[in-house]
Design a protein around this ligand. Sequence first.
Ligand SMILES: [Fe+2]
Ligand SMILES: [Fe+2]
Length: 212
Amino acid sequence: MKNIKKELEYIKHIEYYEGLGRHKFNVAKLMMIFVHHLGLDIMYIKKAYLVGMLHDVGKSIIDFDILTKPEKLTSEEMETMKKHVEFGYENTAGYDSEVWRGVVEHHENFDGTGYPTMLSGDGISVLGRCARICDMYDALRSKRSYKSIMSHEAAIIEMEKDIHHLDLELFEQFKTMRQMRGTDEYYPVVQTNLNINANEFKSNNEETKIIC
Ligand SMILES: [Fe+2]
Ligand SMILES: [Fe+2]
């Protein structure tokens, strides 16, 4: 007889990792078009893509029950969850410093209330500030164990409630970018022929592994 409980657990794992996989691609694509929209050069666009791909790499070490908990996390669980940024240090330490900073600063808030180091304003790298916006936007637009999908408009309203966490100038640019595209079809927007080799941005010769 099949073990239904085990099968359900397995499905939960698959759904979670598919969701996380989509999230990293969504954030990577969004980072790329955002940085392109800001007028930054091709090298920066490639770095932005890598930041998106790697930003939550540390979640692979967090307990699965915490990652998929449908209820609000306790303050202790929240502290554990926040550690995904620190766990990401190790996985990205060999990268170009702008890529590394983008990853480790993706939860820093513009007003200095973020984590892990409470950086503020221009003390946060441009890629870190862009990642804060793109990550938040995709999380709001996506289904999570604790929330359903939001429309573009609802996501922007939600972000405006936490506006002090974001670089206002960059956020204004982000909204302009959305309007310029003139569509709510966010997910399939990017078709790219960019040939991005992550090893280009590493300071050692180890083979690159992007796991999430
Ligand atoms: Fe994160
Ligand atoms: Fe994320």
